[in-house]
Design a protein around this ligand. Structure first.
Ligand code: ATP
Ligand code: MG
Length: 586
């Protein structure tokens, strides 16, 4: 898929989400940092208590001064309480942030998805699109979890501890900082070398699930062709590779963990040795030894857990990037038109020197195609399968864009109209109707949300589907199942036609919209179409020539070219491809 400058990368998406959430992020950050400060505050309070105890019992025994630990105890209790409250608040803020980000990213992904072309949806499996769109909210939530619960706390605590310890012993502070950066570096190195192992494992995971989804989608043909066992074996091979990749990854994780633990142990030994040395030479007091030890342990605990999650961080980053690559790239159908109030009474539609090649193919389907249609005309397009009839419709409604040349309406290029404006002008009944898993009424109202019940009855009568709807148990409130699965092919087509009639657009396109109907229903619908088409432009693609016999103009298409055009009598009256098609049909 073509990627251009308007694409969003990882940071682009983070910015897109972070900006509207900046206050929530700030609140969660402050609560987390407060909690970390409180942890260190507790260590300082404990060290203060120890210093007082030592002073009282060891350095001034028998002194008349009373032992007063209240300051240290109060500080400790206060720090503990504030830490508790901060943790509670940060938990709440982080959960709210996660939930809001999930909603926001879903909304953004959905809007972005809806800008993509037909080719995008046909070239990608439903499984890939679904996992892209469902992966983003989940991984964003995981990212927030890691950042706020591990990464940010570990960095802040290490820096604050280093600053605090600098007052006790600058050398300890420097060693702590050096260790912190070294440990992070080693952690990042270990994570980076494990990332390819992890992506191999996730690739196989994707392949396994993609394969299952694909077979599920084609389950009927799989079973009919007795290929269930073949598919099971095929899946088994994929699962074996996935298993092997998983094992490699787990082994590398355990090895990394061992190295990291050794690194921590070594650091602890060095620190204790250094602190003992400083204590012995009298550079630090016993209470400072105790304080440094406590603080270092707090830092180690936090840093270790954050380094443990570095691989998760890289993993999440790569999953988010994959989802972004699936969804957030510039649409091949740029919605850059600015005209949104184009609604002329009479439309003059022209295709000027139009050439068109499908993305991913090299052969031009249309080359320098010139055509003109106007309101009030009924034009039929006929031709052999694969000749380009549906593709012609696709470029008219901009589900695909022309490679060169222009399509204009009353001399305004359709590219200058917003996609929404263009859609209000054209109503399409496609070859395979797309119906929602909702009620009949909901499906009809997609055509026109403001249609009255009378309008709906009239459209369903014209589309010859009123009787069958009334025969259903819940009539207009009947659910029609996934992609209209509870309807016959012809019923689904009639519903789709009624929907288009309700939309009442000035240009109506029927792409083999009646191919599943019996000839009586088809004739009824065709006469309804003829009646509504008085001031509309009606384009009909049909293989059944008898239904378009009375049309004003018939275009015969072959390999992307209009090889003949005229009305039925013109074409039948001479040696033409249409003539032979007609003879073959009757
Ligand atoms: N999304 C696509 N990507 C690449 N090639 C495509 C795509 N859709 C159609 N084609 C190719 O374009 C050519 C014209 O297809 P089109 O669907 O326009 O034919 P048609 O005349 O409508 O055929 P039919 O009568 O069978 O519906 C065919 O060779 C087809 O394989
Ligand atoms: Mg077609």
């Amino acid at each position: 898929m073509k990627r251009t400058d308007g694409n969003l990368n990882f940071w682009g998406v983070i910015k897109l989400l972070a900006l509207p959430m900046k206050y929530q992020i700030a609140k969660a950050l402050s609560a987390q940092i407060t909690a970390q400060l409180c942890q260190l505050g507790q260590a300082f309070s404990l060290a203060w208590i120890v210093r007082e105890l030592l002073r009282f019992y060891y350095y001034s025994p028998g002194s008349s001064e009373k032992l007063d630990l209240s300051f240290g105890v109060i500080c400790f209790v206060l720090f503990s309480l504030v830490e508790l409250v901060s943790r509670y608040l940060s938990g709440t803020f982080i959960s709210t942030l996660q939930s809001n980000i999930k909603t926001l990213i879903l909304e953004k992904s959905f809007s972005k998805l809806m800008t993509h072309s037909n080719d995008y949806f046909t070239s990608k499996s439903t499984g890939k699109i679904t996992s892209g769109i469902s992966g983003l909210p989940k991984e964003m939530s995981n990212l927030i979890d890691i950042m706020f619960m591990d990464m940010i706390p570990s960095i802040t605590i290490a820096l604050i501890a280093a600053i605090g310890l600098a007052f006790v012993s600058p050398i300890i502070s420097v060693v702590l900082l050096v260790w912190f950066f070294l440990f992070q570096g080693v952690g990042i190195y270990c994570a980076v070398i494990r990332v390819p192992l992890h992506s191999n494992s996730s690739k196989m995971r994707g392949e396994a699930f993609g394969n299952i989804m694909n077979v599920v989608e084609c389950q009927q043909s799989t079973r009919q062709a007795s290929k269930v066992e073949y598919e099971r074996l095929r899946l088994g091979k994929i699962l074996d590779v996935w298993d092997r990749e998983n094992m490699l990854y787990s082994f590398s994780s355990e090895t990394a963990r061992v190295y990291q633990s050794l690194f921590v142990t070594l650091f602890k030994i060095i620190m204790i040795a250094m602190l003992s040395g400083l204590l012995m030479v009298g550079w630090i007091a016993a209470s400072e030894f105790f304080l440094a030890y406590l603080v270092i342990n707090i830092v180690i605990r936090n840093v270790q857990s954050s380094v443990d999650r570095l691989v998760d961080l890289f993993r999440i980053h790569s999953r988010i990037q994959n989802s972004i690559a699936t969804i957030f790239f510039e649409s091949e159908i740029p919605n850059t038109g600015t005209i949104n109030d184009f609604s002329p009474n009479h439309i003059h539609l022209q295709m000027k020197d139009v050439s068109f090649t499908y993305t991913g193919t090299t052969e031009r389907l249309f080359e320098d195609l010139n055509l003109a249609f106007k309101s009030g005309e009924r034009v039929a397009i006929v031709g052999s399968s694969g000749s380009g009839k549906s593709s012609l419709m696709k470029i008219l409604v901009r589900t695909n864009d022309v490679s060169s040349g222009a399509i204009t309406m009353n001399d305004t290029p359709i590219k200058d109209l917003t996609i929404d404006n263009l859609n209000t002008l054209i109503s399409v009944v496609p070859q395979n109707p797309s119906l929602f898993n909702r009620t009949i009424m909901d499906n009809l109202k997609i055509g026109n949300a403001d249609a009255t019940f009378e309008d709906i009855i009239e459209a369903t009568k014209k589309a010859n589907c009123y009787d069958f709807i009334m025969s259903l148990p819940k009539q207009f409130d009947n659910e029609i199942g996934e992609k209209g699965s509870s309807l016959s092919g012809g019923q689904a087509q009639r519903l789709s036609i009624a929907r288009a009639l309700l939309k009442d657009a000035p240009i109506m396109i029927f792409d083999e919209a009646t191919s599943s109907l019996d000839s009586i229903s088809e004739t009824n619908i065709q006469s309804a179409i003829s009646r509504i088409s008085k001031d509309k432009l009606v384009l009909v693609i049909s293989h059944r020539l008898s239904t378009i016999k009375d049309f004003d103009r018939i275009l015969v298409m072959e390999k992307g070219k209009i090889i003949e055009q005229g009305n039925h009598d013109d074409l039948i009256g001479r040696e033409s491809v249409y003539h032979s098609m007609w003879n073959a049909a009757v």
